[in-house]
Design a binder for this molecule. Sequence first.
Ligand code: FES
Length: 109
Amino acid sequence: MRIIVTDQNGVVHELEALEGWRVMEVIRDWGLNIRAECGGSCACATCHIFVDAEWQDRLNPPTDEEEDMLDTLPDVETNSRLSCQILMSEDLDGLKLTLAESARQEEAA
Ligand code: FES
């Protein structure tokens, strides 16, 4: 299965994904620009993505913890999610999303 990710520069990537992996891990392991500071424990919000409209209702709704973290972001939108809180499954084959500016890694000094 795969996911389709638009990065912060507007470049589209098709990434091979494995069942049970967090979407954040797929993005990170393919080397795209995602900070994911807390490593997936819903504690940093630096794995922020925007989910394509057609996919929004097909994901499990965010937990209160995820909502609270999203509310701390400057660029939150109605289709914002934390990618570490979305687990890959067959149902999500073809998931389309865009990496948020707030997930970008700091440039190396
Ligand atoms: S990686 Fe920290 S909240 Fe997702």
